[in-house]
Design a protein around this ligand. Structure first.
Ligand code: KG4
Ligand code: ZN
Length: 341
């Protein structure tokens, strides 16, 4: 089955074509230049950019795959979680194509896409532990199979990427800030400043990143004057510690042998090094999707959507965008039984 997939949950407009041989094309239009000057995503600007980009991006994905809409056999799109105004653009485009062409349609949870992105690169045996770290989400899941996810813990406040971005803004760095902090931290002393590591008693694998952000603000207010590289390295180390420790503990507690780290923050070089080092010491296999599939993309939505379409799952064209509803919770993905055949 050849599937057209669309993703527009935040600030990237993306489309991809997948078939039995894998990803035939994957195109992403970044809005970094639009939001950069504000130090974060401006929802109204994001949805307007999506409206401008969506048709050219779909056309480009079809062209790169050397196909036309006549060759498409199913359509998948992210329906949540995300910014509703952004989600609606991609979702409406997908539903419009499905309606006009009489094609089967399925909505995909954005987090499901991230959790399965590794499978675009290589087969991985289930179950595996999925650490999802992006600008909007930070959570730990057990992935038992396609469509079978158990939420173990998640951030109580900011996402890890959000902490990186807000920290970078305080330091006067560009957006998105995670990459900048990663780059500047290269030559810094990770032990220069001891930022606090949040440990939460209730919810054994829950995380929190607002404390470290406040600590950075406080540190900057006190003007203690450490070199920027040291501040970046120390701030990054605190975030990496708070991600690595519960992940390795969860893998140990649940007896899982494989850990998959995905989402934009999984590009962080220190997180990669620490997870690989400590994972190897604990006898774990730690995997990261290739970078293009770590950040937001439509190929991962196509993977999840195609798997669901092949199983016969469909959503009615009345499926709406959902700002929240993370998978693994009772209010999760609308069940296939609710959908029209
Ligand atoms: O997955 P993603 O592209 O979008 C969301 O779904 O949020 O993740 C974007 C996030 C941003 O917060 C960005 O700062 C962060 O990923 N990021 C990084 C790095 N590259 C991107 N954070 C830390 N280190 C990096 N190298
Ligand atoms: Zn994402």
């Amino acid at each position: 089955m050849r599937v057209l997939a669309i993703e527009s949950s935040c600030d990237d407009t993306a489309a991809a074509v997948l078939d039995a041989d894998g990803v035939r094309s994957s195109v992403v239009a970044s809005q970094d230049l639009v939001h950069g000057r504000y130090g974060g995503v401006v929802p109204e600007l994001a949805s307007r950019q999506h409206v401008l980009a969506i048709v050219p991006i779909i056309e480009r994905a079809l062209a790169d795959a050397h196909v036309t809409l006549d060759d498409i056999e199913g359509v998948a799109a992210t329906y949540g979680p995300g910014l509703v105004g952004s989600l609606l653009v991609g979702l409406q485009a997908a539903k419009g194509i499905a309606f006009a062409r009489g094609l089967p349609f399925v909505g995909v949870d954005h987090l499901e896409g991230h959790l399965l992105a590794i499978l675009l690169d290589r087969p991985v045996a289930f179950p595996y532990l999925g650490l999802l770290v992006s600008g909007g989400h930070t959570s730990l899941y057990v992935v038992d199979g396609v469509g079978a996810y158990r939420l173990l813990g998640r951030t109580r406040d900011d996402a890890a990427g959000e902490a990186f971005d807000k920290g970078a803004k305080m330091l006067g760095l560009g957006y998105p800030g995670g990459r900048e902090i990663d780059r500047l931290a290269t030559d810094g002393d990770r032990r220069a400043i001891r930022f606090p590591r949040a440990t939460l008693k209730r919810g054994a694998y829950d995380l929190s990143f607002s404390g470290v952000k406040t600590a950075l603000r406080q540190y900057l207010l006190e003007e203690r004057g450490a070199p920027l590289a040291d501040v970046c390295a120390s701030f990054q180390e605190a975030i990496v510690d708070m991600l690595a420790a519960p992940t390795l503990r969860a893998a140990h507690d649940l007896g899982l042998e494989t850990v998959v780290v995905s989402g934009g923050v999984s590009a962080n070089r220190r997180l990669r090094a620490r997870m690989e080092e400590e994972g190897a010491r604990a006898g774990l296999t730690v995997l990261f999707p290739r970078f293009a599939y770590c950040t937001d993309n439509a190929a991962m939505i196509g993977y999840a959507g195609r798997a669901r379409l092949l199983r016969g799952e469909r959503h009615p064209l009345t499926l709406n965008a959902a700002a929240t509803a993370p998978i693994g919770l009772p209010d999760a993905l609308p069940h296939a039984a609710d959908a029209e055949p």
